[in-house]
Design a protein around this ligand. Structure first.
Ligand code: CUA
Length: 352
């Protein structure tokens, strides 16, 4: 008798549509209200954010439709006491329904793919007056290189860009896969050993934005970050001129001539990451335990030992710590003066 009664189950299509419609409206409203991305700072960001909104418009109703039918079926057609040995009614398929649920998703997919392709072509369009910046990923730091007409490129661990000037990044990796990502620009590409990947950005907003490594690349992945500074063209030219000044010729990091070891330790040199972000040192008032405590590790050590610890951190790994986390490029990013100031400072204060 049960089987007979089950067969007469009517599916309340109208109710399901109403529930689905309300849920879709709530889902779309929530999807559009949430700030998924940080502030947009490039011409590429606009079309990408718009594409994302369109994806929400289309995918939320599909998700709601499928979820509504699944939940409805689980409740409506659940097994009731006494039905343990019953089989459901035979199903012979429904050609019209199958054609509809194949055709509609196919059309949605083709339209979305076409739209995404148009956005991709748009954001990758070559611009006149493009500036080239070479980006190198290395465990666990970024280096940015600005080719110059005199053949001596400027190197920096901080990304400076002039506002409204189209830039093309040429991205490489030295060791393993990394991924060069500036969320505010919305653009992101893998840095792959052995090949060069590229993308274009035109910064449109002055400000400071994070550069993030978006590919798990080892123990220091989470600290593989840098800063993008979008400045006015005049400020950018001034920065380039400063980098070219003879005093910085040795390192090209851009700090002042009278580098102060303690400031370098706590704040970095405006380019390289500050040591104090990872190391405890009483004199500098830093307390992080990511790396060895320098009051212990460096107490009584000579300048050569301290310098090696900065420029070649892999040579000797402190007991209880894993190698490979500290960036290996301080020899490049600190000028000779800065390195000397840092070594002198650490020699004077460590363990005191
Ligand atoms: Cu480099 Cu993650």
């Amino acid at each position: 008798m049960n089987e007979a009664s089950r067969r007469e189950d009517k599916i309340p299509v109208v109710q399901m549509l109403v529930v689905g419609f309300i849920a879709s409206a709530i889902g779309i409203a929530a999807g559009l209200a949430i700030e998924w991305f940080p502030e947009a700072a490039s011409t590429q960001a606009g079309p990408i954010d718009h594409l994302y909104d369109v994806l929400i418009w289309t995918s939320v109703p599909v998700f709601v439709l499928v979820t509504t039918i699944v939940l409805f079926s689980v409740i409506k057609f659940r097994m009731r006491p006494g039905e343990e040995n019953l089989d459901g009614p035979p199903i012979h398929g429904n050609t019209r329904l199958e054609v509809i649920w194949t055709a509609i998703p196919a059309v949605i997919l083709v339209v979305l793919c076409a739209y995404a392709w148009i956005v991709l072509v748009d954001i990758e369009e070559a611009k006149a007056n493009e500036m080239r910046v070479n980006v190198t990923g290395q465990q666990f730091a970024w280096t940015f290189e600005y080719p110059q007409s005199d053949g001596k490129p400027i190197k920096s661990t901080q990304l400076y860009l002039p506002k409204d000037r189209p830039v093309r990044f040429f991205v490489k990796a030295v060791d393993v896969l990394h991924d060069f990502w500036v969320p505010a620009f919305r653009m992101k590409i893998d840095a792959v050993p052995g090949i060069e990947t590229k993308y274009r950005v035109t910064p449109t907003r002055l400000g400071t934005y994070p550069v993030v490594c978006a590919e798990l690349c080892g123990l220091g992945h989470s600290v593989m970050r840098a800063t993008t500074r979008v400045v006015t063209p005049a400020e950018f030219d001034k920065w380039i001129a400063e980098q070219k000044a003879p005093a910085q010729a040795a390192g090209g990091s851009g700090a002042t001539a009278e580098a102060d070891g303690k400031t370098l330790f706590t704040d970095g040199n405006g380019a390289a990451t500050a040591c104090g972000a990872c190391h405890t040192l009483a004199d500098a008032g830093t307390t992080s335990e990511t790396g060895p405590e320098l009051d212990k590790a460096l107490a009584g050590k000579d300048a050569a030992y301290i310098e090696e610890g900065i420029v070649a951190p892999e040579k000797e790994i402190a007991p209880g710590f894993q190698g490979g986390i500290m960036p290996k490029n301080y020899g490049d990013t600190l000028s000779a003066e800065e390195l000397k100031a840092l070594v002198t400072y650490l020699g004077e204060v460590a363990g005191k």
